[in-house]
Ligand binder design. Structure first.
Ligand code: ADP
Ligand code: GLC
Length: 482
């Protein structure tokens, strides 16, 4: 079986969020079971600067979008896995000239539609070119940026015969790739397609992904249910319900070769269930890094997150300051995003210099050090398709407190409901009181060293490795489209 995967981010090349973690790990986890897996991503400036040993293929293509021609080329990168190859789709103006992936100063690039139409058509050009010897059996697309591949495949004469199975994975339904009707012509397809992807007076590439795929997946079983409701369906709930028979929820995995306190090379001391000593060294390290008072007994509550509406940071801004005031906790946050939230967290850090540390940057090593050094991880997400940091936290013995939604509900067992099986603390009503109550429940258990240790160890023992998820995807790949 030959698989092509299309995405806008992939670890270790480029990352803004969990999508990159998934694309970095899932193809690896599948590689044993398929003949070939090729991943297509845009060639961004940061990837170029990091100087991976790419080889430019002797093939260039031209794509007409609106009234302009865009030229593209393909850069090939072989990986340590024999049958896994990365293909970067290159165009200087649309990707390599930009400092960030999707936005400038918090606002979407105005030409995002052109950028991702170019990527989808360019990646299909590349896939066609690379199909010379053997065609792909599966096209696996991820999120709106790659959703048009399903539509283009449906109308391309090249794929008419081979008909690759089109799998579309929704990582976050709310980021839809919505564009005004006036831009539809940029897709370069007959106007008659407009109605099929029309969305409340505009058109939505997310909707295109749903309609023009054979199988839809999303990143947890609970989120697969939630998006069929008005509350979580962002206007697409009826279409998702209508496509229920081809919709599957597969919980994201964890790459334990990267996220494991036993082997993590970013943390100052490694540790495991058998010897937790290193965790206290990691805690001191975090206190020193953020210039907090050094104490082994005060609990450190932590956040590593995009600062976006989805993540419910307002609840933290309400509930955490009184606890700092009472000197009951320390707090560390690593995050970038909404400038207003950044400013509020900045103020919080300045108000409590010895108790709260705030880093408004993107920094992977510090993310690992927080996972290892904190006691508690906060995820009051309003919705969370899967969530990865809750699963990473549990591996590091850092107990999560989270809203019971999406992949958080599928991964964390609430301690207060079941103290012999619990692995974290969940709250079910999305309000300040319930979040506060969950934190209080956690702080109470934290007082008892023995109980807390058992709670940590239960989380550390869990196994969310990618292999299970990979097998589920592989099973879906076996279904042929007719
Ligand atoms: P989402 O994809 O919605 O942002 P996930 O929980 O799936 O949420 O994944 C977030 C990923 O991004 C995790 O790997 C997390 O460690 C990482 N991350 C988020 N913010 C930062 C940051 N400021 N610095 C480093 N890593 C970050
Ligand atoms: C999205 C979701 C997150 C998920 C990630 C990877 O960014 O917000 O919950 O873990 O995609 O699937």
């Amino acid at each position: 079986m030959k698989v092509a995967m299309f995405a806008s981010e992939m670890e270790p090349y480029i990352k803004t969020g969990g999508l990159a973690d998934v694309i970095g790990s899932l193809p690896r986890a599948m590689s044993n079971a398929v003949d070939q897996i090729d991943v297509f991503i845009p060639y961004y400036r940061e990837i170029e600067h990091r100087k991976f040993p790419v080889r430019k293929l002797p093939y260039e293509f031209k794509i007409r979008i609106g009234s302009k021609n865009y030229f593209g080329s393909i850069l090939e990168l072989k990986t340590a896995i024999r049958n896994l190859t990365i293909y970067f789709i290159d165009n200087y103006q649309l990707f390599r000239s930009r400092a960030q992936l999707y936005v400038r100063e918090g606002k979407d690039y105005r030409d995002n539609l052109t950028r991702f139409v170019f990527f989808c058509r360019g990646a299909l050009e590349a896939a066609t070119h690379l199909s010379n010897s053997e065609v792909y059996n599966v096209f696996h697309m991820h999120d709106w940026q790659t959703a048009l591949i399903g539509l283009y495949t449906a109308i391309s004469s090249f794929f008419e015969k081979s008909k690759p199975l089109r799998v579309y994975t929704i990582h976050n339904l709310a980021y839809q790739g919505k564009f005004p009707k006036s831009q539809f012509r940029l897709l370069g397809i007959a106007p008659s397609y407009y109605s099929s992807i029309e969305y409340w007076g505009k058109f939505s590439l997310m909707k295109a992904g749903i309609i023009y795929s054979d199988i839809i997946t999303t990143v947890s079983p609970t989120y697969a249910q939630e998006i069929q409701t008005k509350k979580f369906g962002v206007g697409l709930e009826d279409i998702l319900k209508a496509n229920q028979s081809k919709l599957f929820g597969i919980l994201n995995g964890v790459d334990y070769s990267i996220w494991n306190p036993k082997t993590d090379r970013f943390i100052p001391a490694n540790y495991s269930i058998d010897d937790l000593h290193g965790k206290s060294i990691c805690k001191t390290n975090i206190q020193q890094h953020f210039l907090l008072a050094e104490s082994s007994t005060i609990p450190i509550l932590s956040v590593v997150s995009r600062l976006a509406w989805q993540k419910g940071m307002e609840l933290i801004l309400k509930v955490v300051p009184p606890l700092l005031q009472q000197e009951r906790i320390q707090f560390v946050l690593l995050g970038v995003g909404d400038p207003k939230l950044e400013q509020k967290f900045n103020c919080l850090g300045r108000e409590f210099p010895k108790q709260a540390g705030v880093a408004l940057t993107y920094n992977n090593p510090i993310a690992h050090q927080i996972e290892a050094g904190a006691d508690i991880f906060l995820m009051p997400s309003r919705y969370e398709p899967s969530g990865l940091n809750d699963k990473y936290s549990m591996k590091y013995g850092t107990v999560p407190i989270a809203f019971k939604t999406g992949g958080l509900a599928d991964s964390i067992i609430d301690y207060s409901m079941n103290s012999t099986k619990g692995t974290g603390f969940l709250f079910e009503n999305y309000d300040e009181e319930s979040f506060q109550d969950a934190i209080e429940r956690a702080l109470k258990v934290f007082q008892s060293q023995n109980k807390w240790r058992q709670l940590m160890i239960r989380g550390m023992k869990l196994d969310f490795s990618w292999q299970n998820a990979a097998n589920e995807y592989l099973k879906l790949y076996q279904r042929r489209s007719d």
